[in-house]
Design a protein. Structure first.
Length: 240
C-alpha cells in the first residue's frame, strides 16, 4: 500500500485511531499550538516527543495516529506520528517507544515493516526512544512552551518586533542578563517583561542557547543570535 497524496496535506490529516484517555493512565491530551487542536498521547514518552515537536523550528506540523497501513487481512499498523517540516525534507513517520520495548517481537516486526514502507513511499522512518527524548533539552522545551504563544504574554507586538531589530546587531554570544537589561532600557519594559520577552524569543527560535545548557534563574548563561557551526547540524537538530 502506498501513501496517498492526501496524507501530505497536514491541515486535513486527522488521527485514524482514537487514543483512550483514562484517569489512571499515562495518556492524555496536549494543546498543540502548531496544529491548533488537542493532540492525544498514549505515554509520557510521547508527551516528551510532542514538546520537542512544538519547539523545533523546522517542524511545520504533525499528527498522531496518522495512517492505517494494512499488512495482511488481519493485521495493520498505525505509526505513532507523522511529522512534516518547513523545509524540503521528506515527512517522517515516527514510532515512539521505550528502549526496553524495542526488541519485543511485536515492536521489532512493526519497526521493520514501517522502515520498508517509508522507503517505498518517499518518507523517512524514525524510531525515537527515551535516549533521544529525556535529555536536558526536554526540560528546556517544556519550560519554553509556556512562552511560545505571544497572545498569552503581556508583551506588545511592537516590542517583540523592536527587539528583533536590536538583536540584529548581536554578533557575539552575550549573557542573558545583559540582553534583559538591553530590552528593559531600549524598549522601556519592566525587568519582568524583559525576561518574558527573552523567553519568548528563545521559544520561537529567534535566539538560542546551547542545547545542553539549562536556563538559570540568575540568567548567567550565554545567548546566541546564531549558534556556532558545530551545533547547527548536530545536537540542535535534536531528533531529525
Amino acid at each position: 500500500m502506498r501513501i496517498s497524496k492526501e496524507y501530505f496535506n497536514m491541515s486535513d490529516l486527522k488521527p485514524v485511531r482514537k487514543v483512550p484517555v483514562q484517569s489512571k493512565s499515562l495518556s492524555g491530551k496536549f494543546p498543540s499550538l502548531k496544529n491548533g487542536r488537542m493532540i492525544a498521547y498514549e505515554s509520557q514518552l510521547e508527551l516528551a516527543f510532542i514538546y520537542h515537536l512544538e519547539l523545533l523550528p523546522t517542524v511545520y506540523s504533525y499528527c498522531e495516529q496518522p495512517i492505517k497501513i494494512q499488512v495482511t487481512q488481519n493485521l495493520y499498523y498505525i505509526p505513532d506520528f507523522l511529522v512534516k517540516f518547513t523545509d524540503k525534507r521528506k515527512p517522517v513517520l515516527a514510532e515512539v517507544k521505550y528502549q526496553s520495548d524495542v526488541y519485543s517481537s511485536k515492536i521489532y516486526k512493526k519497526v521493520i515493516y514501517l522502515t520498508k514502507y517509508a522507503l517505498k513511499n518517499n518518507l523517512i522512518f524514525k524510531l525515537i526512544t527515551e535516549k533521544a527524548l529525556l535529555t536536558p533539552l526536554f526540560l528546556k522545551c517544556k519550560f519554553l512552551f509556556n512562552y511560545l504563544n505571544s497572545n498569552t504574554l503581556s508583551i506588545p507586538q511592537n516590542s517583540i518586533n523592536a527587539s528583533l531589530n536590536l538583536l540584529n546587531e548581536l554578533s557575539f554570544p552575550t549573557f542573558a542578563y545583559l540582553i534583559i537589561d538591553l530590552f528593559s532600557k531600549k524598549l522601556n519594559l519592566t525587568i519582568e517583561n524583559a525576561r518574558t520577552l527573552l523567553f519568548h524569543l528563545l521559544a520561537k527560535g529567534k535566539l538560542f542557547t546551547l542545547p545542553e545548557v539549562q536556563i538559570e534563574k540568575d540568567f548567567n548563561f550565554l545567548v546566541y543570535k546564531h549558534l556556532p557551526n558545530d551545533y547547527k547540524k548536530g545536537r540542535l537538530s535534536w531528533l531529525f
